[in-house]
Every structure is written in structure tokens, then in C-alpha cells.
Design a protein around this ligand. Structure first.
Ligand code: NDP
Length: 453
């Protein structure tokens, strides 16, 4: 039976665009893609990219203060949010155009429309047009999840943070995950008074405990009022637009704004999946096997909508592997086993492999961990120690996990991940000559395991 296209992709984010480009551009498939919003998805439009640019923006206040210790004299530094936001908007526009150009160059037909699945081989666009396809790829990503009461009170989500007219004077950030911690540091760096309320005993559940505690201390040191084991029991918008928040520790305080960063959920509702035979999972995700195939053989899904790891490079790899498998006669799967990640706090937290607790649950380990004041901060008389940690299997000597809390930890962990992915042992790290003077050299000079005399 002839189909209109070989592949119809729903969603123009990182995963969908990669799959479409590779299927069409490299494997010669006839591909169409529908995007209901802006091309580029969460990463480019309201996630990783604008966030990282805000991280850069937020770093200059502290850098200006440090510069004085290095002999620089300048007037008091001030930050103009609207000037920055105009440049941020222009950069996102540029990237969106680049995504469109890439798809056009690969021969992908783009529909700026919502698309819903009508049956396992057909989608319908908002215009009513029906397009048949040999394969359908769902790559619709995720969206912020906010408890109903907070949503009704009109709190902000991460989507709103890039569109603010003005920076708030003060903010309450609810959550202890990636997004809450990143925005706490960004906004604090931009001069906003930040209170962060996290319901758990510590921020960043799932990360290495020592790294979590170390980072939380550094966040407090820079002036973030971080309250753990604290929830919000009431929110009232005041006539002036501010929010009065009642916290579970009994405090009642007024904030210019409240941001909820309480997780993200797959954006899979209303896509026609159930009617086509794909029941959603308990978290609203599209269940797929390791080939990213649903239980309906012609329907596939990649990225955040599948509820696997909600990270851009993971979505990209899943999309690429799907296109190679289905259209390139090169079957391959994304290896979700060893995914490095970074939280872009100040300083950053980079991580790959097992946490100490996870490793201990599997067998005997040696833990090599050090904290120190880096040269630059020490010279500038700034507080803030760096943490470097290796978790090593005692029997094989293999490095099972690496956790770094330091400026540029994201850059460092990317390279550590190559070594750890290749099966490096502690001896391999020790044999590697240091690059001096750096922070990362501490990773190859860790001599004593915790508890050793
Ligand atoms: P996370 O899942 O990382 O964190 C959610 C946080 O909100 C947790 O601290 C959670 O607490 C808390 N929480 C959940 N529900 C409630 C509630 N009802 N009331 C109070 N607190 C609540 O989600 P994020 O939104 O921060 O990020 C979503 C995903 O996006 C991440 O998991 C990550 O995959 C991705 N991401 C990656 C980034 C990066 O790579 N640098 C940056 C930003 C996002 P508890 O731990 O107790 O459940």
C-alpha cells in the first residue's frame, strides 16, 4: 500500500528534528514533521539553551567582584534584564531559523500545525488534512507539572522565566530538582532575593549525597535561603500582584514572584495514541521498547515523552538510532546505561555513573573524595570549595562513578565520562599525568580512599 510519506514526525524538538533529518537527509526517506509551537522544542526555546545563556549572564556579577582582587577597577556593576532579554530573544530566533533550514536542506516537509494520530498509519493536521505514513514518530517532549492549587494561584513555571518583563525583587522557588536549583543560582546571581523550598531532606534527590550536601552548602553561602523539608501550604495573590506564601515551617512571607519547578510530565495527552492502540504508562508516558517502538509496530516514540531520561542528548541519540534502525538498515539502540549529566548551578555539579550509595548497594567500594579551594577563588579571597569524588569497585578497581562540584564541572564530567565509559580503573586515573595548575588535576592525584590511614 502506498503511503503519502515514509515517516511522519510529531514534534520539532531535539529528538524529532534529529530523527527527521537523518531519515530524510541520510537515508533518503520521504519525511514530514509537524510542530504546533516554535521549532526547536524545550531545549532551544525554553530550556537548556536560554537557561545556559542566563547562567552566563548571572556569572558576571560575581566575576566583577572577583576582578577587583585581580587588580581591576571598574564602577559598580548593574544588570539590565531587558537588554539581555532582547539579545536572548534574537539568539533563540536565530537558532529556530537554523533548525528550519536544517530540515529544509534535508528535504523534510514541515507543517506548522498540531497533528494527532488517527490510526496506526495516519495523522490529521489542525487544518483537517490527513496524511498517511508508513511510520509515525511521537516526539512531543514534556511540560512542567504544577500541583493544581499552585497553578490556580498563578505561579510561574520554567517556561515563563525566559519571558519575564522585569526581574522580580524576590522569588520563592519550590522544588529541589535540576530546574529549581539552576534558577535559584541564576536569579541569585542576577540580584534577586531567592528563597528555595524543597520538600525532601536535601536538594537533588538521586544525585550523590556528598555532592548534594556540598552544593547545598555553597548555595546557602552565596545567599540563597534554602529550606529543606519545607512545603507550601497556602498561596494568596495580593492586590499589588505579589504572592503571600504560607510555608510548612510556619513562616508567612510575601514574594514578588513564585516559581514552581516540581518536575515535568510527558506531553502525550490528546494525541490519539490510545485510540490507535498505544495505552499510556502510569506517568502519562508513551511506553516503548529499547528500539523506541510502541506496541503498535508503526508507532514509535523518542525523547521526554517516553519517560526515560529527560535530557536533550538522550532524545537526540534515541531519534538518531531510530532513524538508522528503521530507514538506514543499521539497527542500533541508545545505551541508557551511562549517561553523564550536569546541573548548571553555581558552581556546577557534574556526575556520571553510580552514586556512592548505589555502588555500595552492589558491593564493596573505595571512595576517593577531596574538597579544596581552587586557586582563583583562594587568590580572590572568595569562599567556596570544590568537591571531586571517585567511587571505585574494590575488587576490579574500576571507577563506577565520578561526582564533581566545581566551576566548569559540566566540561570536566564530559571527559571523565569517556574514561569511565571505556572502563577506566583507578590505576588508569593515577597513571594519567596531571595538567597543572587546574582543578581537574585533582582527579588524577586522589591518593587515599576514605577511611584509609
Ligand atoms: P526534577 O524531577 O529534577 O525535580 C522535581 C523537584 O520537585 C524534586 O525536588 C521533587 O521533590 C519536587 N516536587 C515534585 N512534586 C512536588 C510537589 N508537589 N511539591 C513540592 N515539590 C515537589 O524536575 P525538574 O522540573 O527540576 O526537571 C525536569 C527534568 O528536566 C529533570 O529531571 C531533567 O531530566 C531535565 N532537566 C535537565 C537539566 C540539565 O541537564 N541540566 C536542566 C533542567 C531540566 P522529590 O525529590 O521529593 O520528588
Amino acid at each position: 500500500m502506498g503511503f503519502d510519506v515514509d515517516l511522519f514526525v510529531i514534534g520539532g524538538g531535539s529528538g524529532g528534528v534529529r530523527a527527521a533529518r537523518v531519515a530524510a537527509g541520510e537515508h533518503g526517506a520521504r519525511v514530514a514533521l509537524a510542530e504546533q509551537g516554535r521549532m526547536g522544542g524545550s531545549c532551544v526555546i525554553r530550556g537548556c539553551v536560554p537557561k545556559k545563556l542566563m547562567v552566563f549572564a548571572a556569572s558576571f556579577g560575581a566575576a566583577a567582584a572577583e576582578a577587583a582582587s585581580f587588580g581591576w577597577r571598574a564602577g559598580p556593576a548593574t544588570f539590565a534584564w531587558r537588554d539581555f532579554r532582547a539579545r536572548l530573544d534574537a539568539e533563540i530566533d536565530r537558532l529556530e531559523r537554523a533548525y528550519r533550514d536544517t530540515l529544509a536542506a534535508a528535504g523534510v516537509t514541515v507543517h506548522d500545525s498540531r497533528a494527532v494520530i488517527e490510526d496506526p498509519h495516519a495523522v490529521r493536521l489542525a487544518s483537517g488534512e490527513r496524511i498517511t505514513a508508513a511510520h509515525i514518530l511521537v516526539a512531543t517532549g514534556g511540560r512542567p507539572a504544577v500541583p493544581a492549587a499552585a497553578a490556580a494561584a498563578g505561579v510561574l513555571t520554567s517556561d515563563d522565566m525566559f519571558r519575564l518583563e522585569d526581574l522580580p525583587e524576590s522569588i520563592l522557588i519550590v522544588g529541589g530538582g535540576y530546574i529549581a536549583c539552576e534558577f535559584a543560582c541564576i536569579l541569585n546571581g542576577l540580584g534577586v532575593r531567592v528563597t528555595q523550598a524543597c520538600r525532601g531532606a536535601q536538594i537533588l534527590r538521586g544525585f550523590d549525597d556528598e555532592a548534594r550536601a556540598h552544593l547545598a552548602g555553597l548555595m546557602r553561602d552565596q545567599g540563597i535561603a534554602l529550606a529543606c523539608e519545607t512545603g507550601v501550604t497556602g498561596l494568596v495573590r495580593l492586590p499589588g500582584g505579589e504572592m503571600e506564601a504560607r510555608l510548612s515551617d510556619g513562616r508567612v512571607a510575601v514574594f514578588s514572584a513564585v516559581l514552581y519547578a516540581t518536575g515535568r510530565v510527558p506531553a502525550a495527552e490528546g494525541l490519539g495514541l490510545e485510540a490507535a492502540g498505544v495505552a499510556l504508562g502510569p506517568g502519562g508516558e508513551v511506553p516503548v521498547d529499547r528500539w523506541s517502538q510502541t506496541r503498535v509496530p508503526s508507532i514509535w516514540a523518542v525523547g521526554d515523552v517516553t519517560g526515560r531520561r529527560a535530557l536533550t542528548p538522550v532524545a537526540i541519540r534515541e531519534g538518531h538510532a531510530f532513524a538508522d534502525t528503521v530507514f538506514g538498515a543499521r539497527p542500533r539502540v541508545m545505551d541508557h546505561g551511562l549517561v553523564p549529566a550536569a546541573v548548571f548551578t553555581r558552581p556546577e555539579l557534574g556526575t556520571v555513573g553510580l552514586t556512592e550509595a548505589e555502588a555500595r548497594a552492589r558491593g564493596p567500594v573505595d571512595v576517593y573524595s577531596t574538597t579544596f579551594r581552587p586557586m582563583r577563588q583562594a587568590f580572590a579571597g572568595q569562599p567556596g570549595r570544590v568537591l571531586m569524588k571517585l567511587v571505585v569497585a574494590r575488587d576490579s578497581g574500576r571507577v563506577l562513578g565520578c561526582h564533581i562540584v566545581a566551576p566548569e564541572a559540566a566540561e570536566m564530567i564530559q571527559l571523565a565520562a569517556v574514561a569511565i565509559g571505556a572502563g577506566a580503573t583507578k590505576d588508569d586515573f593515577d597513571r594519567t599525568c596531571a595538567v597543572h595548575p587546574t582543578m581537574a588535576e585533582e582527579l588524577v592525584t586522589l591518593r587515599r580512599a576514605a577511611g584509609e590511614a
